[in-house]
Design a protein around this ligand. Structure first.
Ligand code: SAH
Ligand code: SF4
Length: 377
């Protein structure tokens, strides 16, 4: 089998070119053809020597993922379902805004974390995506959109690793993909505009700060361990204080001077005034050690198996006002693309559960969610 060149960051491509007996700098030209120009046919890469093109034709290819479906929302959001083989499919979403174009990228077929409110989690886990499968989402979307919108300039200005999967549980494939996104010869995105969202894989957050410090979003969803254990099972391994200490350390390397905390608003579960107050107390404790953050409240996007409901708008507003009065910048995420099930947490793709996560979650679902043990006023 020949190598899919989407598997490499620039350094990896340089090593590959050397293995073909080509100079490292040829890799830069090749990388630019692929990522900046969207080319996959080596014969079209006119400044590469014919000999090199012939070698590439024998040993390499540039392959997009087969598209199973493409849906256009009335608000401009586009969702693709890509086939990654063996019955697995993953989703990618493009979200246009006035001043930016954001691509929401998947990192795994399914997810093993199994958060209670997440439709990806409910599907179970099949496998990690390769670097090529992660990058192919951006490669395809960027060049498709340029054509579709008749634009020669870059369309995607921001990437968020908020599609299917827990990116920090697929670390070795994630890093080269991030590097290609940041590379000036690749997509040239600034570190501030590439965001990794994590449910809190603490040791990998440390490594990310060393290897490729991009913007960080952390899925918090609860102000105490009892509730978070229930909503985000990974909390049992990396509880809140440990997670927030790591967030504080991450800031030393981060391209932005804050961490974004995502908080999915679940009716009657984590959305009461008392929860907001408890959250303020928790974050203030860590702010004393240097934690800086913003909150992004995400109204829950329901899916039928969850048994959960979206908080009322008024409740979300009130929750936000408690945080704002305490001095925290807080935004409420606008729902985009919900007419095509492209909103946060609705990305289910189609995944063969190979680990029994779906079963485990079904069992969890039978257990009523623990409310905070204190009385909610
Ligand atoms: N695994 C990573 C990134 C993917 S999920 C993480 O958990 O951070 C991206 C975001 O969507 C997370 O904040 C997640 O908690 C949120 N989310 C998941 N399911 C959701 C749902 N049904 N409604 C709203 N947000 C959801
Ligand atoms: Fe996985 Fe993130 Fe969904 Fe949790 S919210 S199950 S970590 S994709």
């Amino acid at each position: 089998m020949t190598a899919n060149l989407l598997e490499f960051d620039l350094e990896g491509l340089a090593v590959f070119c050397e293995s073909l007996g080509e100079k490292r700098f040829r890799a830069t030209q090749l990388f630019r053809w692929i990522h900046q120009r969207g080319m996959s046919n080596f014969d079209d890469m006119s400044d590469l020597a014919k000999v090199m093109r012939e070698k590439l034709k024998v040993h390499a290819h540039v392959a997009a993922l087969p598209i199973l479906s493409q849906q256009f929302s009335k608000d401009g959001t586009i969702k693709w379902l890509f086939d990654v083989g063996a019955g697995d499919a993953v989703e990618t979403v493009f979200i246009p805004e006035d001043d930016r174009g954001t691509l929401c990228v998947s990192s795994q077929a399914g997810c093993a974390v199994g958060c209670r409110f997440c439709s990806t989690g409910h599907q179970g886990f099949s496998r990690n995506l390769t670097t090529a499968e992660i990058l192919a989402q951006l490669w395809f979307a960027e060049h498709f959109l340029r054509q579709h919108l008749g634009q020669s300039e870059r369309v995607i200005s921001n990437v968020v690793m908020m599609g299917m999967g827990e990116p920090l549980q697929n670390y070795s494939a994630l890093i080269p993909a991030l590097k290609a996104m940041l590379d000036d010869h690749g997509y040239g995105l600034s570190r501030r505009r590439v965001t990794v969202s994590t449910s809190g894989v603490v040791p990998m957050m440390t490594r990310l700060s060393q290897d490729c410090p991009v913007a960080l979003a952390v899925s918090l969803h609860a102000p105490n361990n009892a509730l978070r254990d229930n909503l985000v099972p990974l909390n049992r391994k990396y509880p809140l204080d440990e997670l927030l200490e790591e967030c504080t350390l991450y800031l030393n390397k981060a391209p932005r001077d804050f961490i974004t905390f995502e908080y999915c608003m679940l009716k009657g579960v984590n959305d009461q005034r008392a929860h907001a107050q408890e959250l303020v107390t928790l974050i203030r404790k860590h702010a004393g050690h240097g934690l800086r953050c913003k909150f992004n409240l995400i109204p829950f996007n329901p899916f039928k198996e969850s048994g959960l409901l979206r908080s009322d708008d008024a409740t979300v507003e009130e929750f936000a006002s408690v945080l704002i009065q305490a001095g925290f910048v807080t935004t409420i995420r606008k729902t985009r693309g919900d007419d095509i099930d492209a909103a946060c947490g609705q990305l289910a793709g189609d995944v063969m559960d190979r680990t029994g996560v779906a079963n485990r979650i079904a069992q969890q679902r039978a257990v009523p969610i623990q409310w905070t043990d204190r009385k909610i006023s």
